[in-house]
Design a protein around this ligand. Structure first.
Ligand code: ARG
Length: 584
């Protein structure tokens, strides 16, 4: 099924193709959604720029366009407003027909891509033995949402967790591990190291205080890189511990992701430096191998270097990213790579993208895109902290969200409902709590900072997950009350007479266009805005139009509208990683 906006654009393109002198270019898009509903549903604003090219009055051009485009059966007769804007208003019958098509489409109008394409979404990517912080939470939630949207469109999505599992810090960690658990390296297959962040701090303390320890740590890095069995074992034990902790978060958030950490690309790092050498891009600077960048200068105006190999022979974060990019484009066969990290890494990405292009690793710069996001702040406007001033552990944050959702639920339930089973309450609290955290993040324009507030995200009113989930549950209660199984309902006619019905119908038909916008802008908040609007127009419809009490065929028609709304909410929320609830 083709979206209405696309259909209208196609009609205009067909009618106007070849109608103007060859040196005249038709402005695009030909048709856009109306800026204000009082002008209709869509508008065509090309008469003004066309008039300029043709040297004729715009209203005359608008008249000519109106005469050429035949939209009978789709729109009311076209009208011209002001200097030459053409307004389009859809016919209720046509909307009804389109809704029936939508109802029969599993994808709710979202088209599948025609040619297979692989996209890598590089997201979450915490660092081993370090804290998975709220920045990683944002990356996880946003990256998962973008992956889901691309999957719905039919892309072959490779979800990659580029964990920081390599680097000089492992020398110190391995040395400390050997000190504290000397026997583990010989015997244990797994080891419970406990809180890794504390472990990291203790190791760092030893490192800072003891010269002998520092020397041993340096040797440990060398032997790890050389593949020494004992060092690899220690490294693996450390990674496993972190992995178990990360997995708790992924399970709680229902995230699927494939771990392919920095260490994976280690064997390819010398090759990257060689390639840069071959391309004559390397410059030695204080013993380090660098590529000098265009457009990045220090305060004296000198070009900045991107260091790809340090003077001690070690490689950098950027070197690994160059190797990873090459691997993903060639071996994985990815056509596009999306990196989801905090905005603070914008320079890193711009710089290594530039070097990748200079080295011909990247031939088309549009194949890579950095998706940056802002900071998570506390309600005081400062960095998110616990009351005691400590950094918040993600597990605690998610647990608290669920606990608060549970509290809200207990206060909301009627005496009778309080008899609900424990399993029911646990399920509702879990979905509402986690859904609220995800929704609060995704509903913000990701490029700005956002304030983390349990009270706001759990509110039943406003642009929140509970509001949306509630709208869905409400529709399911209609089906229960009327003894109707939406899934079994044969499609019939959809009759749109009431203004609130028409508004709801138009909103339902916008879903595919919204998904397209999310795909091109990579902004999940566009989908949230849409779902919020849809819930509101549904509620208005439901307040104004009796459903179960109406008479057929109106009753059927309204039930179909209810079902379509529920399906759109369910699919839309699933793209945000939020499963719906039939009752809550
Ligand atoms: N581990 C990095 C961090 O915590 C994020 C990695 C993002 N992905 C990448 N390919 N650089 O900041």
């Amino acid at each position: 099924m083709v979206s209405i906006l696309t259909q209208l654009n196609d009609h205009f393109a067909q009618a106007l193709g070849g109608q103007f002198p060859p040196d005249v270019t038709l402005p695009t898009p030909l048709v856009v959604p109306a800026s204000n509903p009082k002008f209709g549903d869509f508008q065509c604003n090309i008469a003004l720029p066309l008039a300029k090219q043709l040297g004729q009055p715009p209203r005359a051009i608008a008249m000519e366009i109106v005469n050429k485009v035949n939209l009978s059966g789709i729109c009311e007769p076209l009208t011209i407003a002001g200097p030459g804007f053409i307004n389009l208003k859809l016919l209720p019958d046509y909307l009804g027909e389109q809704l029936i098509k939508l109802q029969q489409d599993q994808q709710l109008g979202v088209p599948l891509i025609q040619v297979e394409e692989r996209v890598v979404v590089d997201f979450s990517s915490p660092n081993i033995a370090k804290e998975m912080h709220v920045g990683h939470l944002r990356s996880t939630i946003i990256g998962d949402c973008l992956a889901r949207v691309l999957e719905l469109r039919g892309y072959d999505v490779l979800r990659l967790n580029h964990v920081g599992d390599w680097g000089t810090q492992f020398g110190m960690l391995i040395t400390y591990l050997k000190e504290v658990y000397p026997e583990a390296l010989v015997t244990a297959d797994a080891l419970d190291i406990g809180d890794l962040v504390t472990f990291y701090k203790q190791a760092k303390q030893r490192f800072d205080q003891d010269e002998q320890f520092r020397e041993t740590s340096r040797q440990a890095v060398v032997s790890l890189q050389a593949g020494d069995a004992e060092s690899i074992k220690a490294w693996q034990l450390l990674c496993d511990q972190s992995r178990r902790e990360f997995q708790l978060i992924y399970d709680c958030l229902d995230i699927t992701i494939e771990e392919r950490g920095e260490s994976f690309y280690n064997p390819f790092l010398p090759g990257v430096v060689e390639l840069l050498q071959e391309k004559d891009l390397l410059v030695e600077d204080n013993g380090a191998q660098c590529v000098f960048l265009d457009g990045f200068t220090n305060k004296d105006g000198d070009r900045l270097p991107l260091i790809v190999q340090k003077s001690d022979g070690g490689y950098n974060y950027a070197t690994t990213d160059l190797a990873a990019l090459n691997y993903r484009l060639t071996t994985d066969g990815a056509q596009k790579i999306i990196y989801v990290t905090d905005a603070g890494q914008a320079n890193h990405f711009a710089q290594f993208f530039q070097v990748a292009q200079k080295a011909d690793i990247l031939t088309d710069p549009s194949q890579v895109v950095h998706v940056p996001f802002g900071l998570v702040k506390g309600e005081d406007g400062k960095k998110l902290k616990t009351r005691a001033g400590d950094t918040i552990r993600l597990k605690d944050l998610l647990t608290e969200a669920v606990a608060r959702a549970r509290q809200d639920l207990e206060t909301r339930l009627t005496a009778e409902e309080r008899q609900e089973t424990e399993a029911f309450k646990t399920e509702v609290a879990q979905r509402v709590g986690i859904g609220a955290v995800k929704y609060a993040d995704l509903s913000q324009n990701r490029t700005s900072d956002y304030v983390f507030s349990f009270d706001k995200m759990l509110a039943l009113q406003g642009n929140t997950a509970p509001y949306m989930l509630y709208a869905y549950a409400r529709i399911q209660s209609i089906s229960r009350e009327g003894g109707i199984d939406f899934a079994q309902m044969a499609s019939g006619e959809i009759i749109l007479t009431e203004p609130t019905e028409l508004v709801l119908a138009k909103s339902l038909l916008q879903f595919a266009d919204v998904i397209e916008t999310v795909e091109t802008s990579l902004l999940p908040n566009r989908l949230c805005d849409y779902l919020y609007e849809l819930s509101k127009v549904f509620n208005r419809f439901y307040e104004n139009c009796p459903v179960l009490k109406a008479k057929d065929p109106q009753r059927r028609s309204r039930l179909l509208l209810c079902d379509l709304t529920a399906r759109t909410l369910k699919l839309g929320l699933s793209l945000l990683g939020i499963p719906v609830l039939d009752r809550m």
